[in-house]
Design a binder for this molecule. Structure first.
Ligand SMILES: [Zn+2]
Length: 466
């Protein structure tokens, strides 16, 4: 955390969160005018976002390297700019937050002339941190080889911000009571999205997609990254709603004596509590699914359809039994927004799942058995390993994988579906460790807690190159 304000040339004293006085009162109380509270806010939300990533993926997060060198920490500047903006800088490996004098269209929204700090918005901080985490995992997601690539980066950062926001119990209890449990009715996400938009000066794109009737033709017409990204966010939100409805159907039956019609007026506080708990669980599961799917994306040229395939494959690997219909909810929601994978035969779960390679690597490259060699190399990449050690092991593992592919001609031809890699330069951009999955009937909450996952699309991962 570096709290220097270039506009005034001021350094603000850093907050010491280990100060016994602060620990005793659970940190500084919220205060717009206290720069130390701003630092605490940015730190807390960024750490929460990082923790969500790490527990979903089952391993430490790494920041994007600088000239191939290890980057220990992400830098955060709570008062970096005097403008209505906040961004992640891939060059500086830093999050920069702006502040500005508000001039709201509707003066009842903010005090005119009041200062708005983007570093005080949970959603802005989570969004920018998600950009940084995504950049650390996949450097090629900023190369716009098709209209979905940049839109995906933006949409993904919004999805993280919004579902992380939803998983805060206080937010949900309030909203569930206000909308009588019907989260679509109150257009909760659209409202959060607007707050988010206001804080960084854009509202239109999200408002236009979320909570609106899906128009499947839109995906062929919209190319501006934020607007196109809004279609993906809306699809994920629709899936969340379907999951929430599924999880609460029994509660509604109980509360309404089977009629499905709630009586007029406020709903019972006990029902609010139970519905909010289901919404919180559903949000946390959707958030985890969305993060975990990153490991199943092709390394370059990502499309929304690829993301759907990744979501389905990742979830199947960790949760073969989909009794709550999460995967069906995602497939249906994406279909209604016109998002189809280019090459899938149909929109069934079987045809959406990535297939493993149809050859055994040990057969074609017996001199260096890829699986064993690399899993040994990556054994420390878990939740507790040292990031710097993991980083250097990963660099070595990439070199080993590159050599194996270089030296095994038959394998190279077959994994790239008949294309000869001798004629193209290629790069192993990342190696991810995978764990064995227990196919027992464990619940989603167990899977969430352990963060186990398995990568099952090596052919696909190696089948594309840069
Ligand atoms: Zn962004």
């Amino acid at each position: 955390m570096i709290d220097f304000d270039p506009a005034t040339g001021t350094y603000y004293k850093p907050v010491d969160l280990n100060d016994p006085y602060l620990l005793a009162q659970d940190g500084l109380p919220p205060s717009d005018g206290n720069p130390q509270f701003h630092q605490q806010m940015v730190y807390a939300v960024a750490m929460r976002t990082i923790r969500n990533f790490e527990s979903a993926l089952g391993r430490r997060a790494l920041w994007a390297p600088e000239n191939d060198q290890f980057v220990r920490q992400l830098r955060m500047y709570p008062h970096a700019l005097r403008e209505a903006n906040a961004y992640y800088s891939p060059q500086k490996k830093a999050l920069l937050f702006g502040y500005f004098q508000s001039s709201p269209a509707d003066p009842t929204e903010h005090l005119p002339g009041g200062i708005v700090f983007t570093c005080l918005s949970h959603d802005v901080i989570a969004h920018e941190t998600a950009h940084a985490l995504l950049d650390g995992m996949n450097r090629t997601l900023t190369e716009p080889s098709n209209p979905d690539v940049l839109a995906f980066h933006e949409a993904f950062a919004d999805i993280i911000a919004l579902f992380q926001h939803f998983s805060l119990p206080e937010v949900l209890r309030f909203e569930v009571a206000r909308t009588r449990g019907n989260l679509l009715h109150g257009n909760l996400l659209a409202q959060l999205a607007q707050e988010f938009g206001k804080a960084i000066g854009r509202t239109e794109a999200l408002r236009s997609a979320i909570g609106q009737t899906p128009k499947p033709e839109e995906i062929d017409q919209v190319t501006e990254p934020h607007q196109r990204g809004a279609i993906l966010i809306a699809a994920v939100f629709d899936a969340f709603l379907a999951i929430y409805r599924q999880r609460t159907a029994d509660l509604y039956r109980l509360a309404t004596g089977g009629t499905g019609k709630l009586p007029e007026g406020d709903i019972h506080p006990d029902l609010v509590t139970r519905l909010a708990r289901e919404a919180e669980k559903a949000s946390q599961h959707v958030l985890t699914m969305c993060i975990r799917a990153l490991d199943y994306l092709p390394p370059v040229d990502v499309t929304f359809g690829d993301y759907l395939r990744a979501l389905i494959s990742a979830d199947f690997d960790i949760m073969p039994d989909d009794s709550l219909g999460y995967r069906v909810a995602f497939m249906e929601a994406f279909r209604r927004r016109g998002i189809f994978p280019r090459e899938a035969r149909s929109l069934s779960e079987e045809s959406l799942r990535w297939e493993g390679p149809d050859i055994n690597i040990a057969d074609v490259a017996p001199q260096v058995y890829l699986g064993r060699d690399l899993s040994h190399q990556m054994r420390d990449w878990n939740m507790s390993g040292n990031r710097e050690v993991i980083f250097s092991q990963l660099q070595q593992a990439r070199g080993i994988a590159q050599n194996i592919i270089e030296s095994s001609r038959g394998y190279k031809e077959r994994i790239t579906v008949g294309l000869d890699l001798d004629r193209f330069p290629f790069e192993v951009s990342s190696i991810r460790p995978g764990g064995a999955v227990s196919h027992g009937c464990r619940g989603r909450d167990h899977a969430k807690a352990t963060g186990i996952h398995r990568q099952d699309h090596r052919r696909r991962a190696y089948g594309r190159w840069k």
